[in-house]
Design a protein around this ligand. Structure first.
Ligand code: NAD
Ligand code: UGA
Length: 458
């Protein structure tokens, strides 16, 4: 079959896999190939059990895989054969050398640029889909133009705004698609080609354009603003606990102001996930780099409040359970960083479970999708940990329940049945404010929500 466009994506992770599956699904006349250095990941994308759990993704992959969507290992040939290359490799926080613990580690991104340069035999459009520090495209262009041959590369920025757990809906119906390009003839031509792809299913008014630097920076700023809302409401939850105000009532009252909006105002144990913390730290690094320490300090405080919120939660468990957890069984409900994903990267549960183990509690972890990742995250940490998927079995014989992920199934649990199976007095710490606290209190639990008065029989 002759395809209208041949598109490659380098990096078959949480972004590369779903975003390319969506393009393949919406553009049956385009051929999309996704490659990765991690061959196990490619095998998993080609198997019945995809490497990421994402509601609705199986269906789309089933419809496209082997038809116009391919997962492949031969990076060299694929670079040669494709004209448009998305790059969605990982850009974690640097852990060594200059900028350690803040700057983005660009080694994977740079290796990819060098591979593209080495194997290309024709001109290509290279699209930054990974989240990158502002001005990265400049470095990319310098590498790609270093050969000075006939072959030309046009770099575009097209950051991804999807969230895990809702990736399919976000990709199918995004709030906006952002494309950053140079205002040159080649830049505008490359941009038009990318617009042509997205306009197959996204209204033109939602496809916005800017210069490359604005596009790169907008991605970091969007994540910083979202995380800042979570930290803002979490900071107020601490004040609610001191004043008998109720954070859900405050959040509703504040969020109904249309200038503020109601989303991202759920107080909890703090944000997790692979991106918020790393992207804010990257922003902090950039601000310091450009001589703006006050701006850097402002954004760094968002991360500090996030850490403070987790520490407050752990301290409250310890204090409420008579200042000792040694030998007590604690059932952790939920390990994923949010509902509807198996991803545990930067999940607050890692820190919280680790601290419970440091207090010599016996920890039983339950999660419908993240148990394998939880076991990997806690491997090597000393203490007694068990992994039990069924929440009823996990809770039986425990002194406390600690809800760490907002899985819908926890809202519907039979708490009477759970209470009967637990050691008394039974404690319930709702780190996500998702269950009916008054009902659980009536059943007999001592209930500790976030940002609301505790309901205690003691
Ligand atoms: P990921 O770790 O799941 O996937 C990245 C993949 O790139 C890995 O499988 C890795 O093996 C591969 N890779 C690294 N170097 C390579 C190379 N030289 N050649 C081929 N493959 C290579 O990461 P992710 O969550 O998909 O995130 C990717 C980027 O997208 C990051 O910059 C992230 O900030 C951004 N982002 C992520 C999300 C999200 O929801 N996870 C959303 C928006 C943006
Ligand atoms: C986030 C952004 O929402 C995406 O737009 C972005 O593309 C992505 O990061 C990225 O760049 O990786 P994601 O991390 O998948 O997506 O999930 P979110 O829904 O943003 O949740 C992040 C964290 O904040 C979760 O731990 C969640 O539980 C927490 N959160 C969110 C709250 O504690 N309260 C809220 O009200 C909302």
């Amino acid at each position: 079959m002759k395809y209208k466009k041949r598109i490659l994506c380098i990096g078959a992770g949480y972004v590369g896999g779903p975003s390319m599956a969506m393009i393949a699904y919406k553009c049956p006349d385009y051929r999309i190939t996704v490659v990765d250095v991690n061959h196990d990941r490619i095998d998993a994308w080609n198997s019945a059990k995809l490497p990421v759990y994402e509601p609705g993704l199986d269906k789309i992959v089933k419809k496209t895989r082997g038809k116009n969507l391919f997962f492949a290992k031969d990076i060299e040939n694929q670079i040669k054969e494709n004209d448009i290359i998305f790059v969605s490799v990982n850009t974690p926080t640097k852990t060594y050398g200059a900028g350690a613990d803040k700057a983005a580690d660009l080694q994977y991104w740079e290796k990819t640029a060098r591979q593209i340069l080495k194997y290309s035999r024709s001109s290509k459009i290279v699209i930054e889909k990974s989240t990158l520090p502002v001005k990265t495209a400049l470095a990319m262009e310098k590498i790609l133009s270093s050969a000075r041959g006939r072959i030309k590369f046009e770099v575009l920025s097209n950051p991804e705004f999807m969230a895990e757990g809702t990736a399919v809906g976000d990709l199918e119906n995004p709030d906006r698609v952002l494309i950053g390009a140079h205002e040159t003839k080649n830049g505008l031509n490359a941009r038009a080609q990318l617009i042509e792809i997205y306009s197959r299913w996204i209204p033109l008014k939602k496809i916005i354009t800017s210069n490359i630097w604005s596009s790169e920076l907008s991605k970091l700023v969007a994540n910083a603003f979202l995380a800042q809302r979570v930290s803002s409401i979490n900071s107020i939850s601490a004040l609610c606990e001191k004043t008998d105000a109720d954070i859900s009532e405050v959040s509703r009252a504040v969020g109904m102001d249309s200038r503020i909006g109601s989303k991202f105002l759920n107080a909890g144990i703090g944000f997790g996930g692979s991106c918020f913390k790393k992207d804010i730290l990257n922003l902090v690094y950039l601000c310091n780099y450009y001589g703006l320490p006050e701006v850097a300090a402002y954004w760094e405080s968002v991360v500090k409040i996030n850490e403070y919120q987790q520490e407050r939660f752990i301290a409250n468990i310890l204090k409420s359970m008579f200042n000792t957890l040694a030998g007590k069984k604690i059932c952790v409900l939920g390990f994923a960083f949010k509902a509807d994903t198996g991803d545990t990267r930067e999940s607050p549960a890692i820190n919280i479970a680790g601290k419970l183990l440091m207090e010599h509690a016996e920890v039983i972890i339950s999660d419908p999708k993240a148990l394998q990742n939880a076991a990997d995250d806690l491997a090597g940490i000393e203490g007694s940990v068990k992994y039990i998927e069924d929440p009823y079995q996990a809770a039986a014989g425990c002194h406390a329940l600690v809800i760490l992920t907002d899985w819908d199934l926890y809202r519907r649990l039979d708490f009477k049945r759970i209470y009967r199976s637990m050691v008394k007095p039974a404690f319930l710490f709702d780190g996500r404010n998702i269950i009916d606290h008054a009902k659980c209190f009536t059943i007999g639990f001592n209930v500790y929500p976030i940002g609301k008065p505790a309901l205690s029989h003691l």
